[in-house]
Write a new protein. Sequence first.
Length: 206
Amino acid sequence: MLSIAVVNLKGGSTKTTSAAYFLHALAESGLKVLGVDADPENCSLVRWSDLASWSIPVVGLPVKDLHQRLESISDGFDVAVIDTPPMESGRGIVTSAVRAATHIVVPMSPTPMDFDRLRAVLDLVDDVTPLRSQPPAVAVLLTRVVTNSASAEAYSAAANELVPVLPARVARLERFAQAFGCAVENALNTAYGDALPQLLDVEARA
Ligand SMILES: Nc1ncnc2c1ncn2[C@@H]1O[C@H](COP(=O)(O)OP(=O)(O)O)[C@@H](O)[C@H]1O
Ligand SMILES: [Mg+2]
């Protein structure tokens, strides 16, 4: 089974929005998907799914043994997408999600501050890898990208020195900024839909 964890050091880094769009893009492509909300403080993915009455099931599971429980809770599903708390406040839970996931996506704005946080995320992933039977695939997804800005190119190149950066870029758009609590439609036709096959092509991190 495929499992995608969306991970970053801080809150406000577009994790939940990315998890919501990945979930819907996967569902629109015909897969049976489960959302796992592992953020104990905000529970935003569960809240969003409640507010918008998603047909996609979302379970709240903010636990440090997700890696032991994911297989049984996602039995019968093709893919699980795990939304995580900020690493700085929920390190145990994030560690567990990183142990559980086949694929790890780090959403990153093309800004000096977000880039500065990338290394901490990769360090956690690399610390966890010896605890896994196989290394995960890890990639950066650029989000809140201002179209035609030089920053996207610059930070994509810089991040690519450390980890694969998906070619798809999520633009800074009202569509995403205002999305929380609303139905998510045509997610496959967004950059999240473009990013999915690219993510599945990323090789396991050595
Ligand atoms: N592509 C985007 N363009 C503009 N705003 C965005 C985009 N993606 C997310 N946002 C906004 O950024 C804020 C943080 O996003 P959120 O997904 O809640 O992050 P996190 O889960 O990491 O805390 C929210 O207000 C959200 O609406
Ligand atoms: Mg969140």
